[in-house]
Write a protein that binds this ligand. Structure first.
Ligand SMILES: Cc1ncc(COP(=O)(O)O)c(C=O)c1O
Length: 321
């Protein structure tokens, strides 16, 4: 590793669960149809757990947990992240406790099946966020009293350590551009708990790579999403001894559709187009909304002459359950 991103990340150990650099490839039929050059970064194919952006975060978070000699991990609510954390915990020989909202019968049986395969211990809490947090606090206290070294995972993995995984992803983008002379003027992806966008922005800033990183909001307004992306980007930059310029943050809430974790009509159409033209599958609630945006931008000639990079952040499990 040659560049300054690698140097900044050197002290933050990964658990080495995923295969990186991730594949970046041209999308020839989509490019022809939409008269703009598109590439995809395939975080759905990094070879661990259920794939997607959560496995990148899990790789850094579990690396940090192992560096702290953790024996047990605890997290709350976000099932897609927690399922991938369960795979990571199994592969690292750690125990994982997940506190889920609702009762056992509210849960998706296929999701429960996956949790059981990876040996996660599930707890249920019927109250809201405050009740989940209180339950987590008492669970952590009781595990510590039993002698466990507990590492608490942020729900969704979007804390500064989780965001480092997307600083690292930006390194892969930069190295791809150096190797192939393909420069991306726009990088488009889904944004929700903000770890993906915050990490990419900090990576862009360290690499000094001229591009627009555009987060397509899965549910929040641009104003609300900007705030959480900015907070996390600032704290991630600070962790690396860097500064992050907030004017680089671009969030688009024009593709939210019916809202959080719900498919949008445009996302369904975009996922059909990617499937038909490129054989690529993704869910319509997160990745699909970003795909809808990238196609819309191309149709409305909002990209310049350079290629655009679409980040496939995964979520394919949502297609099956
Ligand atoms: C498939 C998928 N893509 C993108 C995102 C958004 O990433 P982040 O939470 O890092 O903003 C999520 C979040 O749940 C997701 O599940």
């Amino acid at each position: 590793m040659t560049n300054s991103i690698s140097k900044c990340l050197a002290i933050h150990k990964r658990a080495d669960l995923i295969q990186i650099p991730a594949i970046i490839h041209h999308l020839p039929r989509l490019s022809l149809r939409f008269k703009h050059e598109f590439y995809a970064l395939r975080d759905d194919l990094t070879g661990f757990g259920l794939g997607g952006n959560k496995t990148r975060k899990v790789d850094f978070l579990l690396g940090d947990a192992l560096a702290h000699k953790a024996t047990t991990l605890v997290t709350i609510k976000a099932t897609s992240f927690s399922r991938n954390a369960a795979a990571g915990a199994a592969a690292c020989g750690l125990k994982l406790h997940v506190i889920l909202p609702g009762t056992e019968s509210d849960q998706n049986p296929l999701s429960q099946f996956v949790f059981a395969k990876w040996g996660a211990k599930l707890h249920y809490e019927i109250g809201g966020t405050a009740a989940l947090e209180n339950r987590q606090e008492s669970l952590v206290a009781s595990l510590r009293a039993q002698g466990e070294n507990v590492y608490v995972l942020h729900p969704g993995g979007s804390d500064t350590i989780g965001a480092l995984s997307y600083v690292s992803a930006f390194n892969e983008i930069q190295e791809f551009s150096e190797r192939t002379s393909v420069h991306f003027s726009h990088i488009v992806h889904s944004t929700s708990s903000a770890g993906t966008q915050a990490g990419l922005l900090v990576g862009q800033c360290i690499a000094n790579y001229e591009t627009q990183v555009i987060g397509i909001s899965a549910s929040r307004t641009t104003h609300e999403q900007f705030k959480i992306v900015n907070e996390l980007a600032q704290s991630t930059a600070q962790l690396l001894g860097k500064q992050m310029d907030p004017s680089k943050i671009i969030v688009d809430d024009g593709f939210v559709g019916p809202g959080y974790a719900k498919a949008s009509k445009e996302g369904e159409i975009a996922s059909q187009i990617f499937a038909e033209l490129e054989g690529i599958l993704f869910d319509p609630a997160y990745t699909g909304k970003a795909a809808a945006a990238i196609l819309d931008y191309a149709e409305n000639e909002r990209f310049g002459g350079d290629p655009a990079l679409f980040i496939h952040t995964g979520g394919n499990a949502g297609l099956y359950y």
